[in-house]
Design a protein around this ligand. Sequence first.
Ligand code: SF4
Length: 293
Amino acid sequence: MSAEKNDALVCDVCPRRCRLSPGGLGACRARRNAGGAVVAESYGRLTSLALDPVEKKPLARFMPGTYVVSVGSYGCNLRCPFCQNWEIAQAGEKDVRTREVMPDELAALTLDARRRDGRVSGIAYTYNEPLVGWEYVRDCARLAHQAGLVNVLVSNGCASERVLDGLDGLLDAANIDLKGFSDAFYDACGGAAGSLACVMRTIERLAADPRCHLEVTTLVVPGMNDSEAEMEDLASWLAGLDGGRGRETVTHHVTRFFPRWRMTDRAATPAADACPVAGGARRDLAHVWVGDR
Ligand code: SF4
């Protein structure tokens, strides 16, 4: 966060770097200039709380057969026209019903869930973009670790180094979207300049962190990012991560598009079409999954 004239502040959580006048709300609708600081107004305000199989995040190769208490709030720093969770991700506080769940309560209810079912392994931060309210992730994740629970992050990866520093050592697994492999695709997703580079840095950093299991998701949108060539380039880059170990260590989910939010002009990706695109990825990566996420 840096100060500008007239008490405006610049939020440094993501590449959008919103300039916020006093009282002003960021583009993600989750952060505001309040009381002389940029604060996460969404802190502890949950729109979703569910017990999900870890495979649904999706994580294919992390503690299979276990369940995670999955929480989401509201807001996102991208505007993907095909947003699959638009009711909460593209919403502000006034558009949604929230329930306040502070970190100690979330840790307690997760432990409670584990007492009832030993397959409950931890907490997933998911549904909307969790890192626009990263302080909540950090505070919950610390308590979760103290309680012997794991932390799973499902994110678009558009977050600054400062945010990743703040979460260092707290994440046990992450699924990061790599939505496409061109700046033009991220432009189409409403990303600020530098969004693709930022996501790539996030993925690079997590791939090199032995404490965090990494999986990556690409949703295949017909006519936008469904060429085998683009998928090959993307997969080849993933394979080269962590000194070339990415081929074995990074799991790639190639998921199908379903018409949602502002993109209802085309049909769902036929399962038969997702497979050849996944085939482009399989040339470079040992673990590629086709799914419906
Ligand atoms: S996190 Fe939100 S307020 Fe901060 S720069 Fe990104 S979009 Fe703007």
